[in-house]
Design a binder for this molecule. Structure first.
Ligand code: LLP
Length: 443
């Protein structure tokens, strides 16, 4: 079994994370429960910060909130000195609620609403990453009305394919994200941005995809972007001072995954930037990266209680847990694979092959197919699924009206609730019954 971060086992053969026994966590906070290893999140933040200190000091690391966000996470990110990548009005509101210094934020989105644009402008986000010509014109208009001149980047599509699942690949030409460099579209948008009075073009952005192991795509994208900066300089005289290369570094979900460390990716990107700047004759820009998954992915573990154990002789054994696609949609959506352990039986021989099923009313609600678990796994045991820190809580749904689980941060033997568990009442709290549907007779 692979232990991530501070995960270990104690004398009772229980999984511990951050020095806290998983069975105590389950007892105190209930299941399903998202557990975040704070020390590992900090270590990952520091790995990025250190890599830039080593290779390219004029840089900023902006944590991609979409991977995992709550106000405590904002506070942690701020403590670690990271900037924030935000992608919706809700994420902006969360950063504001946590009192984050908004000048250090980057606001994304391929279809920002007028309301979101207003919120971004009024809350003073640091850079607005403009995704299309439509948005550029809209932003210029709204900013003019408010008398604010936002600093903007244009998100470009570098036409670089990342080797990852096609649902999370974004840098290829046929993508809803960004303005293609091909066909002169990005150059046209750049000229337009430079001509508009109410936006201040400051830099460019690209993001080629997510869960990437082969950093060749990152190397190529960096060089394609620098070549574009050179073309812009030649065509317009505009010298770009900031370049945002997005996120995308993969993490380990199973033994097959062999991710690069942040330092390796940053070395590849910064080498590529330096080489291309020398080749094309442009000054080195300030660099920004936006890691999400590689900050929080491996730091998250979800704890579930095992209920039904169903053996179909000669076919399969299902163990059903008290969560599933509502708290982790990734297996159903991307065929994502995970590893698990029976958290109260870590020492037991683990050769039993089972399918971990969720409780949602959907055949596809399987969290792990053919997981190896403790031979003596049984109803009432606690199952821990690893690497659930990224794109689990943030993609959770209320399907079947199950409340979303709680989130705890663990560190140094302490566990703190950072998002409390929702209640059944809260599930129905937004519902309204129109007069004509009010029950007339008591049943
Ligand atoms: N920057 C931009 C503009 C992005 O679109 C993303 C992710 C990131 C940064 C962070 O990428 P990361 O370092 O986390 O790979 N729900 C999918 C992943 C979607 C990624 C969306 N964009 C999943 O569960 O795999």
């Amino acid at each position: 079994m692979h232990f991530y971060g501070t995960a270990a086992k104690n004398a009772q053969g229980h999984l511990t994370i951050g020095g806290v026994d998983a069975t105590d966590l389950a007892e105190k906070f209930g299941t399903p429960l998202y557990v975040m290893d704070e020390a590992l999140v900090r270590k990952n933040c520091r790995a990025y910060v250190q890599a830039f200190k080593d290779y390219y000091p004029d840089a900023e690391v902006a944590y991609a909130s979409k991977a995992f966000l709550c106000t405590a996470m904002v506070a942690l990110v701020e403590q670690e000195g990271l900037s924030l990548d935000l992608v919706s009005g809700g994420e902006i509101a969360t950063a504001l609620k946590a009192g984050y210094p908004m000048a250090h934020t980057y606001f994304h989105g391929n279809n920002k609403t007028v309301e979101e644009i207003h919120l971004a402008l009024k809350s003073g986000v640091g850079r607005i990453i403009v995704d299309s010509v439509h948005e550029l014109e809209l932003l210029n208009l709204e900013a003019g009305e408010l008398g604010i001149t936002p600093k903007i980047y244009l998100r470009l599509n570098p036409n670089v394919s990342a080797h990852t699942h096609h649902y999370i690949s974004t840098g290829q030409l046929d993508s809803k994200f960004g303005i293609p460099i091909e066909m002169g579209l990005a150059m046209d948008a750049t000229r337009l941005a430079l001509s508009l009075p109410n936006v201040a073009l400051t830099g460019f952005h690209c993001h080629i995809g997510s869960q990437i192991f082969d950093v060749e795509g990152h190397r190529l994208a960096a060089s394609v972007m620098i070549k574009f900066l050179a073309d812009v300089k030649a065509a317009t005289g505009f010298v770009t001072t900031e370049l945002n290369l997005g996120g995308g570094l993969g993490v380990r979900y199973t033994a097959e995954d062999t991710p690069k460390r942040p330092g390796e990716l940053i070395k590849v990107q910064t080498d590529s930037v330096r080489a291309a700047c020398a080749e094309y004759g442009v000054p080195l820009p300030k660099l920004v990266v936006e890691p999400g998954r590689s900050i929080v992915g491996e730091a998250g573990t979800t704890l579930y209680s095992i209920g039904t154990v169903k053996e179909i002789p000669g076919i399969r054994t299902y163990i059903s847990v008290d969560g599933g696609m509502g708290d982790n949609i990734r297996p159903a959506l991307y065929q994502a694979e995970y590893e698990c352990v029976v958290a109260n039986k870590v020492d037991a021989p683990a050769e039993k092959v089972v399918t971990v099923a969720g409780r949602y009313c959907e055949s596809g609600d399987k969290l792990i197919i053919d997981a190896k678990v403790a031979d003596n796994v049984d109803t009432g045991d606690l199952l821990a699924i690893f690497t659930t820190g990224a794109y689990n809580y943030t993609m959770a749904s209320h399907y079947n009206r199950y409340p979303k689980p709680a989130v705890v941060f663990v560190a140094d033997g302490n566990a703190d609730l950072v998002v409390r568990r929702e209640t059944f009442d809260e599930m129905a709290a937004f519902d309204l019954i129109p007069q004509r549907l009010q029950p007339k007779v008591a049943r």
